[in-house]
Design a protein around this ligand. Structure first.
Ligand code: APR
Length: 311
């Protein structure tokens, strides 16, 4: 049985811990936040739910990294959330400092955990975490694609009046407006989506998916947490159960699609060692062009981190 630490006990972090507790697959979840009592409260609340919802996973809240010792997986949500009118990139400087210090502090007490990054701007925060950690690339990756795909699947389910369960899809690229949805790889119970929906409607759904995060920021005044938290918990589950599930995740590319030395959303196989394999799709010319455009955007933000000279 395993131990998972979630750093940042805010909206997303507390949701990750809560969803994970309900899966009842872990020995222990530690919720850490600079606001120590806040993490203690969130952990206690989810622990008090255990007898009602029937799980045994222990939850502890803390602000002391000693309590995270020997974590198998660390999910990082610490940072400031996006405010209305703020792009993900505006967050880079503050959140890069936070993520880097979290990674260093974790590694003082856990030898080689798997890191799942959620803090935004996601692709660059994953790059920062990997750079600071010095861990192999299979052990440091980001959660974005499952969330973006889930949004796309939800919009399609509404438009087609079908269950989201029956929609399979994959998206690639950066987490943000340059993401690359791939209608060619979208199916509804095995039926290509293009046979079920008009092109113009599908294009509108793709456009809505690209700004799906911003739509929620506008509605709520802060970024989303239920779907992001559940998505990260699904990644943890795939690792803990060594499931070899295929999810779009933010991973370090090493030549796939002609791209290397950057973190970008691609389909990967997730198991107990983290990323087992990056699956390279046979993209057509226009898809490859969109992916490279997304990569250029991510590279530009990576440079901002490089200039911070933190690594
Ligand atoms: N160490 C630990 N926790 C920290 C640190 C730090 N250095 N800095 C900030 N935190 C904590 C805050 O105290 C807060 O409780 O991170 C938590 C963030 O929670 P929220 O403000 O509720 O933000 P949330 O909506 O959870 O989003 C977190 O995920 O989706 C992304 O863009 C989002 O980057 C943001 C992150």
């Amino acid at each position: 049985m395993s131990k998972v630490t979630v750093v940042g006990a805010g909206n997303v972090g507390a949701t990750v811990a809560n969803v994970l507790a309900h899966k009842d697959i872990l020995r222990e979840i530690v919720l850490l936040d600079i606001k120590g009592d806040f993490a203690k409260g969130k952990a206690l609340d989810t622990w008090q739910q255990a007898s009602v919802d029937y799980y045994s996973t222990r939850l502890t809240g803390t602000d002391d990294y000693k309590d995270t010792a020997n974590s198998d997986i660390v999910v990082i949500t610490a940072g400031i959330p996006r405010k209305p009118g703020m792009s993900r990139d505006d967050l880079i400087s503050t959140n890069a400092k936070i993520v880097s210090s979290v990674v260093s502090s974790i590694l003082e007490h856990s030898a080689d955990p798997i890191f799942i990054i959620i803090s935004n701007p996601l692709d660059v925060m994953t790059y920062a975490a990997h750079t600071v950690s010095g861990l192999p690339t299979n052990k440091v990756f980001g959660m974005a694609g499952i969330l973006d795909t889930a949004r796309y699947r939800a919009f399609l389910a509404t438009a087609l009046s079908v269950s989201p369960k029956d929609i399979q899809a994959v998206l690639m690229g950066g987490h943000g407006d340059t993401m690359v949805p791939l209608p060619r790889y979208t199916t509804v119970a095995g039926i290509p989506v293009t046979e079920l929906i008009e092109k113009s409607k599908l294009n509108a759904i793709v456009a809505r998916t690209k700004s799906g995060g911003g739509e929620l920021v506008k509605l709520m005044g802060t970024s989303a947490w239920y779907a992001p938290g559940a998505a990260a918990a699904q990644m943890v589950e795939a690792i803990i159960k060594d499931e070899n599930r295929i999810f779009p995740c933010c991973a370090r590319l090493s030549g796939q699609h002609g791209l290397k030395n950057l973190f970008l959303g691609v389909p990967v196989k997730l198991g107990k060692d983290g990323i087992r394999e990056i699956i390279e799709l046979k993209l057509n010319k226009s898809e490859t062009k969109l992916l490279h455009k997304s990569a250029d955007h991510v590279k530009a933000v990576m440079k901002v981190f490089d200039k911070m000279k933190m690594s």
